[in-house]
Design a binder for this molecule. Structure first.
Ligand SMILES: Cc1cc2nc3c(=O)[nH]c(=O)nc-3n(C[C@H](O)[C@H](O)[C@H](O)COP(=O)(O)OP(=O)(O)OC[C@H]3O[C@@H](n4cnc5c(N)ncnc54)[C@H](O)[C@@H]3O)c2cc1C
Ligand code: FES
Length: 391
């Protein structure tokens, strides 16, 4: 992707603006005329916020200068939203094919119970608001050509990257695509089911597509326990609870399908185990929306960001990434959950602890030199005492 500063038009305008605006930065003037005209950062304007099932909303964002519309269906973007004077960054999967809908970005956000940013995006943000953007990334994409048989296994807001894939396939092949695609989507009930009508419509447009929508409040959870079942679907008559339905009951040929799965962590953990037990790990592609950061407790301390010249005091639950952002430091990041390594920064002195499993990363010895640093993932580590990060 072209960096903003390398973008020819942006560079030309910036150069022209510099001649007329020195000593103030050209960005200060450009953004006065139009807040989307920033060559320093990617920005977008919220065009609309439309309710999408209960407690969820679809946000349409018009990106400003530097956005290239080159994403692949299944990828996510970063959205930085200002709440109470500070920018908070979260990741959201794009739900539309590239350059769709008049070159707008479309995401659907589920307001998490007690969720800080998601509640604001669904219930608080007004059209016209300027947000910061991070470019698309992620490996959760379909190969080209598509495998012969595909399974999309989703629950809750995990349908969002899959929606982008389905819409892209639909647009590419038009009605009547013969691709063999099965979608199994679970939601608590009809009120909270995202894109229910559109999924049914897509299934009707494409003879080879099958959509199974489940409501866990009445149907029970789809069981992803390993092993074939007998007498399916199995009703647990002994306890009188909902019928227990497994993947074999719903998609008997799942072992023959390449699968893309996205949903709550527990569902993905079960899927990972099921596919591993079947010796099919390679056929399963997962997208996780959250990392489990409860595996280790850090001590907290002070973090000095050496290049920025800032020192902050933090508790053991605040990641180095969040601490830097709170201090106004431009921190690199991607997934914010320990996968992509975009956030890696040199730890010069002291120690941080990985909140996923408690592993301590410590720079050996006092008086560390330039060559004695170690690289740490700032999005999943917190200060274990006083430390210095080279950012
Ligand atoms: C690659 C990627 C793509 C994503 N795409 C989407 C999307 O398309 N739509 C969407 O709604 N969300 C998506 N998310 C999740 C999103 O980034 C936020 O994590 C989510 O909106 C919650 O943010 P919050 O600030 O409201 O929650 P926070 O205030 O940060 O957390 C509130 C509470 O909710 C828990 N929590 C946070 N996120 C999750 C989660 N995903 N699952 C379970 N518990 C959680 C936290 O542990 C905490 O207890 C995606 C995440 C990633 C990494
Ligand atoms: S932001 Fe992806 S690993 Fe930290």
């Amino acid at each position: 992707m072209t960096a903003i500063g390398d973008w020819p038009l942006a560079r030309r305008v910036r150069a022209a603006a510099t001649r007329f605006t020195t000593p103030l930065l050209p960005d200060d003037y450009l953004t006065l005329f139009n807040p989307l005209w920033s060559v320093r950062e990617l920005r977008g304007r919220v065009v609309s916020v439309t309710p999408e099932a209960e407690d969820a909303a679809t946000l349409v964002v018009e990106p400003g200068w530097g956005w290239t519309f080159e994403h692949t269906a299944g990828q996510y973007i970063g959205i930085g939203v200002e709440i109470e004077g500070r920018f908070h960054w979260r990741s959201y999967s794009l739900t539309t094919p590239p350059a769709r809908d008049g070159r707008r970005l479309v995401v659907t956000v589920r307001a998490m119970p007690e969720g800080f940013a998601s509640r604001h995006l669904v219930h608080g943000i007004a059209p016209g608001t300027i947000v910061r953007l991070a470019p698309p990334q992620g490996e959760f994409v379909l190969p080209d050509p598509l495998p012969g048989k595909v399974l999309m296994l989703t629950a809750g807001s995990g349908i969002t990257p899959i929606m982008a894939m389905l819409r892209t396939l639909d647009r590419r092949h038009g009605a009547g695509s013969l691709a063999d695609v099965t979608v199994v989507h679970s939601a608590p009930d009809a009120e909270r089911a995202l894109f229910a009508d559109e999924l049914e419509l897509l299934a009707r447009r494409h003879p080879g597509w099958r959509v199974v929508q489940r409501h866990t409040a009445t149907d029970g959870r789809l069981e992803l326990a390993p092993g074939p079942r007998e007498g399916s679907p199995r009703a647990d008559r002994a306890t009188g609870s909902s019928p227990r339905v497994g993947l074999d009951d719903v998609v008997p040929d799942w072992r023959e399908r390449r699968t893309w799965a996205c949903g709550p962590a527990a569902m993905l953990d079960d899927a990972e185990k099921l596919w591993a037990d079947a010796g099919l790990t390679e056929a399963l592609h997962l997208e996780r929306f959250s990392a489990d950061l409860s595996g280790g407790e850090a001590e907290g301390g002070t973090i000095t960001f050496a290049r920025s010249g800032k020192t902050v005091e933090v508790d053991g639950a605040t990641t180095v990434l969040a601490a830097g952002e709170d201090a106004g430091i431009p921190m690199p990041f991607g997934c914010r959950m320990g996968i992509c390594h975009t956030c890696v920064a040199p730890l010069r002195t002291g120690a941080v602890r990985d909140l996923r499993d408690g592993t301590e990363h410590r720079v050996a010895g006092e008086g560390a030199t330039d060559s004695s640093h170690i690289a740490v993932q700032t999005c999943v580590t917190a200060a274990a005492g006083d430390c210095v990060i080279d950012l």
